[in-house]
Structures are given as structure tokens and as C-alpha cells.
Design a protein. Structure first.
Length: 315
């Protein structure tokens, strides 16, 4: 485990069914789930199958991850990392570098998902980390890529992947529209989904970590899916106080709305954290060495689930 273990990730998730894609009134929320500390991993399952993205990775179970120092929830922030010491060969017996892929035991629909990240594995050659959600009948129940990148990518890429007949307008957002058709098997944008690039170096990788990370928030409603990024020094006070109000946050980094029926394309999503290597996006596998310039790891503080509730001033 690296000696630089100082960072953390806060992930409150807040239910927020809203009516329009415009400015909305403040909502009330009730806490329903809290994942933190020594019981953090009790709320997630450890995926151990072959990597669906063809990465050169060996996802291990909880026991193996604990024995090999890939996870730790004994004290302070929850650590999730990879095997960063073993020298591997492409033609050797190992199926790839050991890593962890976590899937939330609970599934969610229209929600406000807020994640406070102080360190992520991005910006390292060969790595492909992601924080995302997806449903049980992929891609037809949807995928939301909240924070994702590969190799030396310098800013975050946010994407949706769906079945047919889901497109976005690319309006009212600070990021840059990359693709407008979210259909995974689109003949013109096959496999890309609809994506928006944040463009700010502080939103991903080495620069993100250098500046202490920041907060990602996903506002998922029946009308749109919006993703916000706030650098560490600009996190809204309503988030830090546990009373988030997206109506006050201004333009999102990505605003996924337009020709897409959100409730039919995004259903029963589990939350995923993973760090694969190479694969269908990050490139082919080569001999890999332990002399990392940076060590790929996540650290989490807690994860909380809120739902829209009654007026807190009432009896």
C-alpha cells in the first residue's frame, strides 16, 4: 500500500425526480443509506469474471484483495488499489494485473449522485479507471459514465450508452459535445455513446490529484441527466452542509437531454468503481513494470443515499 495514503472520496447519492430541464426549486431529502468505514465493502460485491472491456486485468475477490493489500477499510478513508509491484509479461501465465471492481448491492433510479474525490488513478499509461453506473440489460437499460479516462488523458470524459432512439442536444453545458447519438450500436458512432469532454485539466488525472481533487455530481431526473464538476476550492456550501441544491449550481459540465426518453433508457442502475488496464479503449497490453510514476488507487470516505422526503420543518 502506498505511503501517500492521504486522500478520500465522499459519495452521497440523492434521489431527485424533477419535472423540467430548466431551473428547479430546492428539494428536501431523507437519508436512506450510508456506506462508510469498516463496513464499506459490505455494501458492494466484488466482480471476479473476465473483464467485459477486454482489459489485461485480474479482478479478485474480497479475501484475495485484503490479503494482497488491494483494499483497506480498517482506519480512515477506504483504500481501493491495484497490484503495483509485480512485473508481468504478456505471454506469461498471469491473466493480467490484479485489481478490484466494485458493484453496489443496491440499484438506483432517478437520483442525485455526489462524489467527493481527493485522489483517483487517472493519467497513468495503461490505466483505464472509471466511476459509473449501469443497468441489468446493457446497453438497453443504460450506462452513465460519470468520471472516466485512459492513459495520459488530461480531462474527464462523460458519456451515456443506451439502446436506439436516444440523442442529446449538446446545449446548456460548459463541456464540449463529442457525440450526440447515445445508441451503443450506432452505425456512425459505434461503441462511443454520446459524450461530453469537460476540457479542464483539473477534472481528471494528475492535475486533478495535484489540486486535491473535487466533487462530481450527477443529477438524474426523468427529463435529463446532468453532470457537474466542482474543483476542491469551489465546492458549493450546500454540498458540504449535506443539503445539496442543484438549482444554485449554474451550468453543468455535461447536460444530457434532447431526443431521449430517460425513464425508459435508464433503469435500475448499480454503481461501479473499477480500474482496468489496456483493453478495448486504453490500447493493447505490453510488458508492464512496477516502476509507476504514480500509483493507481482510489480512497473513499463514505457513500450516502438520500431520497426526496417531507418538509423537515413539519411535524
Amino acid at each position: 500500500m502506498p505511503s501517500t495514503r492521504r486522500s478520500a472520496m465522499l459519495l452521497p447519492l440523492l434521489g431527485l425526480p424533477l419535472a423540467t430541464a430548466k431551473a428547479v426549486p430546492a428539494q428536501m431529502y431523507t437519508l436512506t443509506d450510508l456506506y462508510q468505514g469498516t463496513n464499506f465493502f459490505d455494501s458492494f460485491s466484488f466482480f471476479t469474471g473476465p473483464d467485459p472491456t477486454q482489459g489485461w486485468v485480474q479482478y479478485v475477490n474480497r479475501t484475495t484483495a485484503q490479503q494482497n493489500g488491494l483494499i483497506d477499510a480498517a482506519e480512515g478513508p477506504v483504500y481501493v488499489g491495484v497490484d503495483y509491484t509485480t512485473k508481468l509479461y504478456v505471454d506469461g501465465p498471469a491473466p493480467g494485473r490484479q485489481s478490484v471492481r466494485l458493484t453496489s448491492n443496491k440499484a438506483y433510479n432517478a437520483s442525485l449522485i455526489i462524489g467527493d474525490f481527493e485522489h483517483t488513478p487517472g493519467g497513468i499509461c495503461g490505466t483505464w479507471p472509471a466511476f459509473w453506473t449501469f443497468g441489468p440489460n446493457w446497453p438497453y437499460s443504460g450506462e452513465i459514465d460519470i468520471m472516466e479516462g485512459q492513459n495520459g488523458q488530461t480531462s474527464n470524459l462523460m458519456s451515456l450508452h443506451t439502446g436506439a432512439n436516444c440523442t442529446i442536444a449538446g446545449e446548456y453545458e460548459t463541456g464540449t459535445l463529442e457525440n450526440s447519438d447515445c445508441y451503443q450500436y450506432s452505425p456512425t458512432e459505434y461503441g462511443s455513446g454520446c459524450g461530453v469532454s469537460d476540457g479542464r485539466p483539473a477534472s481528471w488525472g494528475k492535475t486533478f490529484n495535484k489540486h486535491g481533487g473535487g466533487v462530481y455530481a450527477v443529477e438524474w431526473t426523468n427529463e435529463y441527466i446532468r453532470i457537474f464538476f466542482f474543483p476542491r476550492s469551489k465546492i458549493p456550501r450546500d454540498i458540504t452542509m449535506g443539503q445539496p441544491n442543484p438549482a444554485k449550481w449554474g451550468k453543468p459540465s455535461a447536460n444530457f437531454y434532447g431526443g431521449c426518453d430517460i425513464p425508459s433508457h435508464f433503469v435500475n442502475h448499480n454503481i461501479i468503481f473499477d480500474n482496468t488496464f489496456c483493453g478495448s479503449w486504453a490500447g493493447p497490453a505490453f510488458e508492464t513494470y512496477p516502476e509507476w510514476y504514480d500509483i493507481p488507487f482510489h480512497l473513499f470516505v463514505e457513500q450516502a443515499i438520500y431520497r426526496r422526503g417531507a418538509n423537515i420543518c413539519g411535524k
